[in-house]
Design a protein around this ligand. Sequence first.
Ligand code: GTP
Ligand code: MG
Length: 183
Amino acid sequence: MTFKIVIIGDRNVGKSSLLRRYAKGEFKDYNPNSFPPIVPEYMYESTVTNDKTSEVAVLIDTVADEDYDDLRPITYNLAKVILVCYSVDDELSFFHVVRKWVPEITKHQSRIPFILVGTKSDLVAKISTNEGKQLAEKLHAAAFLECSSKDGTGIKEVFTTALNIYTRSFAYKRRNKRPCNIM
Ligand SMILES: Nc1nc2c(ncn2[C@@H]2O[C@H](COP(=O)(O)OP(=O)(O)OP(=O)(O)O)[C@@H](O)[C@H]2O)c(=O)[nH]1
Ligand SMILES: [Mg+2]
C-alpha cells in the first residue's frame, strides 16, 4: 500500500513550494504572475521517517483552478493523508479551507485524515496560530501545523506528522499485521 499524500489549497498558497522544499530541499522565490514560472512537477517520491519507522511517500501536487474541480478529487483516491493549506498572510485562502477545501474532501473521501497547514509562516501573519488551531479543531483535522518553505521552518514536521497519522491508521496496521501462531 502506497503512502500517498495529496496537497490542496488555494492558488498561490505555496503547495508546490512545500513539496519541492521537502522532496528536493530547495526553494525558488518567483513572481507567480510572471511566465514561465518554474516547470511544475506534480509528483515526488520521498522518504519520510518518524521515531518508529520509515516509509517512501508519494507526494501529489494539485491545481487549485475551478476548471479542475471535477478532476482533482480523483487524486484523493487511496490517499492516506491530505494536506489542506492556507497561507498565513492570505485571509481568503483561510476562508476557502472552510468554504471549499474541507467540503471537497468530505464530499469525495470523508474518511481520509487531513492536516491543516498554515504556509508562509515567515511572512507577517493575518491569521494567527490560535485561529489556525481553532479552525483545525472545529473541522476535526487530524493535526494543525505552520511552516515556511522559504526558511524551512516546520517543513519536516508536516511529513513526520503525516506518517504518524498513517501509522496509527487501520490500513497501515492491517498491512503490517504479523501472522499469529495459534498454539
Ligand atoms: N515568503 C514565502 N513565500 C512563499 C513560500 N512558499 C511559497 N512562496 C511563494 O508563493 C508563491 C506561490 O508558490 P507556489 O508554491 O507556486 O504556490 P502554489 O500553491 O503551488 O500555487 P498554484 O500552483 O498556482 O496553485 C511563489 O511566489 C513562491 O515563491 C513561503 O514559505 N514563504
Ligand atoms: Mg503549484
